[in-house]
Design a protein around this ligand. Structure first.
Ligand SMILES: [Zn+2]
Length: 91
């Protein structure tokens, strides 16, 4: 993939593959750490567009603001996404 970056030992594609598991708290601690490391350091993930972009940005904002267990993170993300304007598709 063009512009693919390896950050924290994961590529952007690998991060996006695991993003839903991450939000569910289903990842092993080492994978979760690598994913968080990637999201903190990678601008490429925010370029995927749509839901991924919003989710990635919300995760990043959260990680930069305060580390917390994934269960709490998920609540915070749901709030952040609910507040995000323009989440309607098309029309
Ligand atoms: Zn990335």
């Amino acid at each position: 993939m063009k512009g693919e970056r390896i950050v924290g030992g994961l590529s952007c594609g690998e991060v996006l593959d695991r993003l839903s598991d991450y939000l569910d708290g289903d990842l092993a601690a080492d994978v979760r750490g690598a994913l968080e490391e990637h999201l903190r350091g990678c601008d490429g993930c925010a370029r995927f567009g749509g839901e991924f972009r919003m989710t990635v940005q919300a995760v990043r904002a959260h990680l930069l603001a305060s580390p917390a267990p994934p269960s709490r993170l998920r609540d915070r993300l749901a709030e952040a996404l609910a507040r995000e304007p323009g989440r309607r598709r098309g029309e």
